[in-house]
Design a protein around this ligand. Structure first.
Ligand code: TYD
Ligand code: MG
Length: 456
């Protein structure tokens, strides 16, 4: 082995490193994901980092360091600003992940067109499409940017040379899986290449105070590494959610050094690009069936915004004696726990039934206040009694069958009232002060038993 070079086996899913090949990654459990990569030790790397990130500048008193919050730049798309935490921070590196075809390039082109009007030159580097293809997409979007530069290039050192000469306000890399550095021998898209390229982009971003957007595909199969391996390097990680076959697209912040996480941006994919959705709750409710057992509307919080979603449950007798539990958009373990609560505290016999739970609209909800919704929907389907269509619920449920308080109760109730709901069933401890909200009756409940009594 040449000195300074070492062979490593790296998991292409999660970045786990092993000195020898393994069939299964001990870290993420993926099979056959370890790939041999030659890592060249670059002793200069540490030095380059420290130079760019402040090693060469003297220490400064805390009080004299300027405030970055003040310099947020709006991207001109309010829903996108929201997921970024209120705008774009200069020098931040934003990773945008999502399935192929979900709209990452479309969003980036729309953002560039908005940004160039406000801030001047934008460099859009594509390793996937030709300049003509990008122009065709731009024409479809109806944009006429004057300071947008399109570069088709996959060699990161070349890209950085162009950045040096052009001096753009922001840089967009579409996608990181196509870009490589000649410092490493491994192929583009491998974990070591992704990390090297991301590290170089990060240094340039910080050094020039230039925001960088990195597009990354999320794929389960193949040799292309998932952006998961990059999450800890970049400042902000945004993921596209929602299914390709639904028109709306949800962008969620899963990591943000400059703002809250779990903030959502909701868009609709139209014939002329992504259009922000002004009233998201209405979108998730507009196909809601009325008078059908097993559906209920739940008032959730996504980041700082209330969102009403329709939760559906189907309880049907199983062919095999032991019921299956299948969920979409809700945590399966949480549902299993809530079903156990219904069996133990309410005496429902559900073990021989298949139970399916779905959040309509392809959105995933991960918050405890959804619990009461699961209880309501399963009970309604089990009893085969529809719930009143103008009722909305929320609240966390504990193992003793108690209903626990949820955060931001008043925003939830207000959102429900705005959308015309007449009654809200919520944790008793949240009720105080909410009676004054107009056009909606609030009913506080202490236990699952109380809740079912109020519902049926
Ligand atoms: P794209 O941005 O190319 O996806 P990604 O970069 O994430 O792979 O978007 C692809 C899909 O979006 C494609 O199926 C076409 C559709 N689309 C529209 O519906 N309207 C539009 O205005 C544009 C540009 C794309
Ligand atoms: Mg693309």
């Amino acid at each position: 082995m040449v000195k300074g070079k070492k062979t490593l086996y790296i998991c292409q899913q999660c970045g786990y490193q092993s000195p020898k090949w393994l069939g299964k990654c001990p870290d993420c459990g993926e099979w056959n994901s370890l790939v041999e990569e030659i890592e060249t030790d670059t002793p200069q790397q540490g030095r380059r980092w420290s130079q760019r990130l402040g090693g060469a500048t003297p220490p400064r008193p805390y009080a004299e360091i300027g405030n970055q919050q003040d310099v947020r730049q709006t991207t001109g798309i309010a829903e996108f600003d929201r997921v970024l935490g209120g705008g774009l921070v200069p020098g931040s590196v934003v990773l945008i992940g999502g399935d192929p075809g979900i709209g990452k390039s479309t969003l980036m082109l729309q953002v560039s067109a908005q940004l160039e009007r406000r801030c001047g030159k934008i460099l859009y580097v594509s390793g996937e499409e030709s300049q003509q293809q990008i122009k065709m997409r731009g024409q479809r979007l109806g944009i006429e940017p004057a300071h947008l530069y399109i570069l088709t290039e996959t060699h990161v050192e070349h890209i950085l040379n162009v950045v040096e000469k052009l001096d753009p306000y922001a840089l967009i890399i579409d996608s990181i899986q196509t870009v490589y550095s000649d410092r490493l021998d491994s192929s583009p898209g491998s974990v070591s290449q992704l990390r090297e390229v991301a590290a170089q982009l990060m240094m340039v971003a910080k050094g020039r105070s230039m925001p960088v957007f990195i597009v990354g595909h999320v794929t389960k199969e193949g040799a292309i590494a998932g952006p998961k391996a990059l999450e800890h390097i970049v400042d902000t990680v945004l993921y596209f959610e929602g299914e390709r076959y639904h028109h709306h697209r949800i962008i969620r912040a899963v990591k943000n050094r400059y703002g809250p996480t779990n903030e959502l941006g909701i868009f609709e994919m139209t014939g002329s690009g992504l259009v922000p959705v002004s009233n998201p709750s209405a979108i998730f409710l507009n196909e809601r069936p009325r008078g059908v057992p097993g559906t209920v509307v739940v008032a959730c919080m996504e980041g700082t915004r209330p969102l009403l979603v329709e939760l559906q449950a189907l309880v049907s007798s199983s062919q095999y004696g032991t019921g299956r539990r299948m969920t979409q958009g809700v945590d399966q373990n949480r549902v299993a726990l809530l079903i156990a609560v219904l069996e133990k505290r309410m005496g429902f016999h559900l073990s021989a039934d298949d139970i399916f739970i779905n959040v309509a609209g392809g959105i995933a909800i991960d918050e405890p206040a959804l619990d009461l919704g699961v209880i309501a929907a399963v009970s309604s389907s089990f009893k085969n009694i529809p719930l009143h269509p103008e009722v909305v619920v929320f609240g966390e449920v504990g193992l003793a069958g108690e209903v626990r308080a949820a955060s931001s109760a008043s925003s939830r109730v207000r959102e429900a009232a705005t959308l015309g709901f007449k009654r809200c069933i919520l944790p008793q401890s949240n009720q105080a002060g909410l009676e004054s909200i107009d056009h909606i009756e609030v009913i506080g409940v202490r236990s699952v038993g109380d809740a079912l009594e109020a519902l049926f």
